[in-house]
Design a protein around this ligand. Structure first.
Ligand code: GDP
Ligand code: MG
Length: 735
């Protein structure tokens, strides 16, 4: 006869998983005779011996309440497997041991498989296995059924236990003074009459009688009516007694005592929670301050403001270094490559375009590092929690906070994951309102634009302005949401619950990984999408170029200028001694002016220049010249392109080569730009149509109707806002 092992345990404890691990494909699935409850039998080889494995139905107890329970119990008493493996979910120890307790009563040879120790570990629960083994007096083997960890050890132990315990002997658990006395009486009657002792241990029968177990009572009556009546009389006297004194039936007392038995064991330091309560407690205390109705928001503003301060002050030097590096690189190429289209493309298209974006990598990196600290420490969840109060007022949901933050609510996110993050919102209207307003946040692509213009025009307090523009994004997004929620998306708010995980110290490793992941995304985009768009826009700004006649006329102007100066000055200029004498300087200046006029005429004549120029009469209301228009159109492809296109446009039409250090400097010195234009441009850039990728994403998450709506609505709104800023600003001469 092969050894027979039965697997028993609570539903979802992992029986089937273990069964499959042990038996592999060698199994049969069928129903227990007469009842439609799964019956699986398979076999495994252990040390060359065939062992039969049976998967019993999962049950929480062994009473007669359900078909599964009866099947499991009948199988055990009728088939008498050699050993039972009780699969216990270690992340739910207390509940699972209730069934174990009943196996003790039945007296079966038992081995406990302590399953899901991986889950328990993740939840911070450590189980003292040796100690539990001693207290329960049963072998316990830790396993992970899913991976098969511990299964050999388990089989080995099961086989050993099977060979040791040939007879079943139930274990005495005390059920209190009253019941214990009755049990003793019942057991002696049962043993004396050999009442069903071939099937059940006497104590087990006695317990079942006390529990008023219909199935056993019935079997007893059939087996020996006389003894059965005697037992039933004893039980009914006890039942009367417990009813009178405690107002409960014996079965309730028995259940209570079983739980008490388990509790007394677990209380003895069996479960160590590594999520120590002190930390939870400390978190509560910190939260008393940090999420306090008054202090909380103040601290939040302080922390966020420090984040900007930190980012801008620490990144200043590396940004300047990178900028000068790209300046140097452009110079090297200027001096090595021959004049022509290739050179123009490399300098104006690639270096000024992509370099302009890569120049902001340090800033982005510091910003992401700061955000990673907020996120990893658990503070970001508090920010969401506090913002929830504000959000309700604007018709949004607490869960809208994360999409906003992901989109760049603090700075440097991306609306694409932001739009996707709105999936967590259940109410369709709240979701649409969130989805349509998250693109207003200052995403990572808008950051370089903000940094560029703030750096050029508000250099004295960069962090403050950055902070103000972030606030502005929020105010506009919330007002727009409110507007949508009282017009086309009208409807009642839905309730909100939010988890606040305990605070933890971020690890340096975690911070670096998070920072790098996001920074890398940025760099990758600069090297791929942006590079392509940069080159495309360069082409649009280069072709069709000037006709021969115009070129000849500029050439003629140059020749005339040269011949009006002395030959010495011309010679100096030709060997690059521009500052040798006053005369050479004057000559160099004149020639430069002619060159600039030529490139500017060419740019204006280009495809992009014509489009930008055609729009000037309209965009002039907001202070944008045709070059800015080109950049704004390019920005629809990706907002990063705005900086690179401005870089290209302003490097092509340089006003004064000597002053042309960085794009910021160039804008500052350009007569079309001033502080008012900078703010007007920022307002427009922050709020106009989401970039192309975001629009596609909105369409995918809702419909093209909404995607077009967001493009139209945002652009119209942004334009009116920019016009208002420009007109008011110029009226008060704030530029
Ligand atoms: P049964 O109801 O007792 O048959 O339980 P199952 O075998 O169906 O398992 C219930 C769930 O727990 C399944 O999703 C299993 O993949 C999972 N599971 C089982 N054992 C483990 C384990 O050791 N670790 C983890 N993480 N999951 C497990
Ligand atoms: Mg199962």
């Amino acid at each position: 006869m092969p050894l027979k092992i039965a697997l028993a345990g609570n539903p979802n404890a992992g029986k089937t998983t273990l069964f499959n691990q042990l038996t592999g494909a060698r199994q049969q699935v069928g129903n227990y005779p007469g009842i439609t409850v799964d019956h699986k039998e398979g076999f495994t080889l252990h040390n060359g011996e065939r062992i039969t494995i049976v998967d019993l139905p999962g049950t929480y107890s062994m009473t007669a309440y359900s078909a599964e329970e009866l099947v499991a119990r009948d199988y055990l008493v009728n088939e008498k497997p050699d050993v039972i493996i009780d699969i216990v979910d270690s992340s739910n120890l207390e509940r699972n041991l209730y069934l174990t307790c009943q196996f003790f009563e039945l007296g079966v040879p038992l081995v406990i498989a302590l399953n899901m120790i991986d889950v328990a570990k993740d939840r911070g629960i450590e189980i003292k296995i040796k100690k539990l083994e001693q207290l329960l007096d049963v072998p316990i083997i830790p396993i992970i059924a899913r991976s098969g960890f511990g299964k050999e050890d388990l089989l080995e132990t099961a086989v050993r236990t099977a060979s040791k315990n040939k007879r079943w002997s139930s274990r005495d658990i005390s059920y209190g003074k009253d019941l214990d006395m009755t049990l003793t009486e019942l057991v002696s009657e049962i043993s004396e009459a050999n009442f069903m002792t071939d099937v059940y241990p006497s104590r087990y029968t006695a317990i079942k009688y006390l529990e008023n177990d219909e199935q056993i009572l019935e079997k007893g009556r059939q087996n020996n009516g006389e003894v059965a009546e005697k037992l039933e009389n004893i039980v009914s006297k006890t039942t009367d007694h417990t009813q009178k004194t405690l107002d409960v039936y014996p079965e309730a007392i028995i259940a209570d005592q079983r739980y008490g038995y388990i509790k007394s064991i677990i209380r003895q330091g069996i479960e160590i929670r590594t999520f120590d309560m002190d930390r939870l407690y400390a978190s509560d205390k910190i939260d008393k301050v940090l999420t306090n109705r008054l202090i909380g928001p103040a601290v939040m503003f302080l922390i966020l403001f420090s984040l900007y301060q930190f980012t801008f002050s620490w990144s200043e030097m590396p940004v300047a270094l990178l900028e000068s590096f790209f300046g140097w690189l452009g110079g090297v190429i200027e001096n090595t490559l021959p004049d022509g289209l290739i050179k123009s493309m490399i300098i104006s298209g690639i270096i000024d375009g992509v370099g302009g974006i890569l120049g902001f990598v340090p800033l982005i990196m510091f910003m992401f590092f700061g955000i990673a600290i907020l996120e990893d420490s658990g503070y970001l969840a508090r920010v969401a929690f506090m913002m929830d109060r504000v959000f309700r007022f604007f018709g949004l949901h607490g869960s809208s906070v994360m999409p906003f933050i992901v989109s760049g609510g603090i700075a440097g996110g991306c609306a694409v994951p932001g739009v996707m993050a709105t999936r967590t919102l259940r109410s369709p209207k709240e979701r649409m309102a969130t989805l349509l307003t998250v693109p207003f946040m200052n995403c990572g692509a808008k950051l370089p634009v903000l940094a560029l213009l703030i750096g050029a025009f508000f250099a004295e307090s960069k962090a403050l302005y950055m902070f103000l523009f972030t606030l502005l994004a929020w105010v506009v997004a919330l007002l727009a949401a409110k507007f949508l929620r009282v017009t086309i998306l009208r409807g009642a708010p839905t309730p909100f619950v939010m988890e606040l995980p305990p605070y933890r110290f971020p690890t340096i490793r975690g911070l670096l990984i998070h920072t790098w992941e996001r920074t890398y995304q940025y760099i990758k985009k600069a090297g791929t999408v942006i590079l392509g768009i940069s080159i495309l826009l360069w082409a649009l700004m280069t072709f069709p170029g000037l006709d021969d006649q115009r070129i000849a006329s500029f050439e003629q102007q140059r020749q005339e200028t040269l011949s009006s100066f002395s030959p010495e000055a011309v010679a100096d200029l030709q060997i690059g001694r521009e500052n040798f004498s006053e005369e050479t300087k004057a000559l160099a200046g004149k020639i430069r002016n002619i060159n600039n006029e030529e490139t500017e005429t060419a740019l204006r004549n280009s495809i992009a220049g014509r489009v930008g120029g055609a729009m000037e009469s309209l965009t002039g209301l907001a202070g944008f010249d045709w070059r800015t228009n080109i950049a704004l159109i390019g920005g629809f492809a990706a907002k990063e392109v705005i900086v690179s296109t401005l870089g290209t446009a302003y490097s092509m039409g340089e006003v004064d080569a000597e002053e042309s250090t960085s794009l910021g400097e160039r804008l500052k010195n350009d007569s079309n730009w001033n502080r008012v234009v900078a703010v007007s441009a920022l307002v427009f850039i922050m709020f106009y149509a989401p970039c192309f990728i975001t629009v596609v994403c909105i369409a995918r998450e809702s419909s093209w109707k909404w995607a077009f709506f967001s493009m139209g609505f945002n652009t119209v709104f942004a334009f009116f806002a920019a016009v208002a800023v420009y007109q008011i600003g110029m009226f008060f001469q704030l530029g």
